[in-house]
Design a protein around this ligand. Structure first.
Ligand code: PEP
Ligand code: MG
Length: 759
């Protein structure tokens, strides 16, 4: 009540101020007094006025109370740029409870405003004329309410006339050198806010992949070197290329043991292909310069490969381009011992396939920025597994950044600084040093995860790559709740055989000795494309022949996988086989039949295998909600894949940044459907876990426990945090909280309850 009264006072005082301006008080002082008064009356930490300069098409900070006063006249933004720019462009107020999380948030180094979380801006306009923006900010989150919006709006409309005058006068007094405040060397955008898809920090030069991942074959200008290359030079380059590939392969096998020896198979084959080498040698002997000879022969091969209707042959075209680029580089730059423009860089790309991401990992890239994609896409999941910081920012300007430009990637909060100033670099480097020197307080989970009121929760690990297994074991995870078996398939150039899969799966059981292991059968399709598989282009791959549909269509591939799993699991260890994307009881039965038949076959072949696997299913497709009663009678266990469940319930592509705002796990239909599924599973005494991203997000954990979920499976790096979160919760509170959430009929209502989740 007291707050509202102060706001009414504010309106009166502003009226007085407007009168003061018409009596021609100094403009700067007028603006300064205005912002001080508004800040005081709204109890804001900051109040600023931005005025619109039509000629430069920019909003300019003209007065501030609370931000760095030196930023006045320096902070400028285009219409539509940042929260302030958007306010004027849309002519609508913007109220943000946590401004730095907004996709429109734009960081201005000069202003020192990143600690202010609550943000409220209203446009200042006179009829159709755009005059400027009035902004208040507060450190505390979620501070401003609708009364503040109303008050600030009224204030802005009362001030509009005075501001218009101020704007015109300032405009007349200032020389129009709109860029004079900006650093000369790089003219593009300096800060971009994106979404964090994989946390971490990196400071390195940019490598921009404007087109495909290849491109090594072009762009070397041998004339600069001013030398002619002999046949001997060519053979030296060839030898060097072989050695480099061998050492890359060795590193890769350490980091990605499931890849076996396969990523560069095609390269080695081509290097051994006498016809390929002879053709180049022939041309060089006839007087063609060596670089041109390599380009010509490789180009001929590529044309043939790339025109093939078969995906796996087109893949060879890319391999040829990559290989020829490496040979050329070794020839032209004899001293270069590193191949790959990406090594040690921050990659900026429009999009990447999971397989490309894996190759980049072998180049030790420091971070990745993608201009498209969603944070629950598989490239994002993979980057977390590989501990590569990744930000997704739908901002095409990123592709215009010059190669080699220094970049700071703060992927913990999604900030990208391009050509950062020394001050920012120093700030980040200091922060980074400090955080590295702080040892984690705890490095191992307590044996049992308990709520504060003594209720038991099982905490399992999600594994994508074998390299994550040791972390899961060392952290003392209770088992593997989800092993995404598709990743070994994605890394390779062809389908792994039963034996090759057996070798990979065996490691899961060996490292997690004595503990339960859940293997999910192949979940390819959607955004997990097998480069070597000719499945034909699909208009809607997320709704296409993916996942269990793929396995049931290609029974021989499915059978090999089930056999490899059954053989790899020691009889004394708990084995769970889980099917992805089951949509009906019929489909579940059909898939389970493969397990039964494979066990019979292995038995009759006399091959040792697990005698009693549990067979369960992911819950990811909305059609299962209505048949949960029946499904729960048949399946041994369930796991809700919230990443896909949300996608399909809400018809929102999880990989499409453009619709990310529609991807709302807190939608009442999602919450209620999850509760119903949990209820049916618990009624039949079947375990139901959650293994999608929701399982590790602190705000959802009370809800999940509250609806009866007692098992969570999360990426290993989240295990400690999740256990800690659970240990502070009381199950009785979680249940009450879940009820409240489930009672919300609207998305907004659910969001408001979620924002107040129990600490
Ligand atoms: C999910 O959909 O929530 C899930 C765990 O599976 P994936 O992310 O691999 O699709
Ligand atoms: Mg899924």
């Amino acid at each position: 009540m007291g707050k509202r009264k102060e706001q009414l006072n504010l309106l009166c005082d502003i009226g007085d101020l407007a009168a003061l301006l018409s009596e021609s008080v100094d403009i700067e002082i007028f603006l300064q007094r205005t912002v001080s008064l508004v800040a005081r009356n709204l109890s804001a930490d900051v109040c600023s006025v931005y005025l619109y300069d039509e000629q430069a098409d920019e909003l300019v900070l003209r007065a501030t109370m609370g931000l760095n006063s030196e930023a006045v006249g320096k902070v400028r933004m285009k219409l539509g740029e940042g929260l302030v720019g958007i306010t004027l462009e849309r002519l609508q107020p913007i109220c943000e409870g946590t401004a730095t999380m907004s996709p429109y948030y734009r960081y201005f180094e000069e202003a020192h405003e990143d600690r202010f979380q609550s943000f409220l801006a209203v446009p200042i306009r006179r009829g159709v004329e755009k005059i400027g923006v009035l902004v208040v900010q507060k450190e505390q989150k979620n501070y401003f309410d609708e009364y503040d919006v109303m008050t600030l709006r009224a204030t802005a409309s009362q001030l509009a006339g005075a501001m218009e005058n101020a704007k015109l006068l300032i405009g007349m007094n200032q020389p129009k050198d709109k860029k004079s405040d900006r650093p000369a060397e790089y003219k593009g955008v300096r800060f971009i806010k994106g979404k964090s898809a994989s946390g971490g920090y990196a400071y390195a030069d940019a490598a921009v992949m404007r087109e495909s991942h290849g491109g090594l074959m072009t762009g070397y200008d041998e004339s600069e070197n001013g030398r002619t290359f002999t046949l001997k030079d060519f053979f030296v380059a060839l030898e060097k290329t072989t050695q480099q590939l061998e050492s890359l392969q060795a590193k890769l096998s350490q980091r990605l043991p499931e890849s076996a020896s396969l990523i560069f198979t095609a390269h080695f084959m081509i290097l051994k292909d006498a016809k390929f080498i002879d053709k180049i040698v022939g041309l060089i002997e006839k007087g063609t310069p060596a670089p041109e000879a390599i380009r010509k022969v490789a180009g001929d091969y590529m044309r043939i490969f790339l025109s093939s209707p078969h995906a796996y042959i087109r893949e060879k075209g890319n391999d040829m381009e990559d290989l020829a680029g490496r040979i050329l580089k070794n020839l032209l730059y004899a001293s270069a011992d590193e191949i790959g423009n990406e090594r040690g860089r921050i990659i900026i790309a429009l999009d990447l396939f999971p397989s490309e991401m894996l190759k980049l990992a072998t180049e030790d890239v420091k971070g990745i920025i993608l201009v498209s994609g969603g944070v629950t896409s598989h490239v994002a999941i993979l980057s977390r597994s590989m501990k590569i910081p990744l930000i997704i920012a739908e901002h095409r300007d990123l592709l215009e950044i010059p190669d080699g430009a220094p970049i700071i990637l703060d992927a913990d909060i999604g900030n990208i600084f391009i050509c950062p100033s020394e001050k920012i670099v120093e700030q980040y480097e200091t922060r980074n040093r400090t955080s590295q020197s702080v040892a984690p307080l705890k490095s191992r989970l307590a044996d049992e995860t308990m709520t504060r009121d003594g209720k038991r929760v099982r905490l399992m690990a999600n594994i994508n790559l074998l390299s994550e297994l040791t972390l899961a074991r060392d952290l003392n995870a209770e088992g593997i709740g989800l092993y995404r078996t598709e990743f070994p398939f994605l890394i390779r150039n062809n389908f792994p055989s039963e034996q090759e899969q057996y070798v990979v799966y065996k490691q899961l059981f060996e490292v997690m000795k004595g503990k339960e292991v859940t293997l999910r059968t192949l979940d390819v399709g959607g955004d997990k494309v097998l480069a070597y598989m000719d499945s034909g282009a699909e208009a809607n791959p997320e709704l296409g022949l993916r996942s269990i549909r793929f396995s049931l269509r290609h029974l021989e591939i499915f059978e090999q996988q089930i056999r490899a799993i059954l053989r790899a699991a020691p009889p004394e260890q708990a084995l769970r086989i889980m099917f992805p994307m089951i949509s009906s009881v019929d489909e579940f039965r059909e898939a389970r039949q493969m397990v039964v038949e494979s066990m019979d076959d292995l038995e009759s072949e006399g091959l040792p295998h697990h005698p009693k696997p549990s067979v369960g299913t992911m819950l990811e497709i909305p059609s299962v909600v209505e048949i949960m009663n029946e499904l729960a009678k048949e399946a041994d266990f369930f796991s809700i894949g919230t990443n896909d469940f949300v996608q399909y319930m809400l018809a929102v592509d999880r990989t499409n940044e453009k619709v990310a705002n529609y991807y709302r796990p807190f939608h009442p239909s999602i919450l209620r459907a999850m509760e119903r599924m949990a209820l049916w599973a618990n009624t039949w005494g079947k375990e139901i876990s959650v293994c999608g991203e929701m399982a590790h997000e602190p705000e959802y954990i009370p809800f999940l426990l509250g609806i009866g979920i007692r098992t969570l499976s999360v990426d290993p790096q989240f295990l400690l945090g999740v256990q800690e979160r659970i240990s502070k919760l009381k199950m009785s509170d979680a249940e009450k909280y879940a009820k409240e959430l489930l009672g919300q009929p609207t998305v907004k209502g659910a969001w408001n309850v979620l924002r107040r989740y129990p600490e």
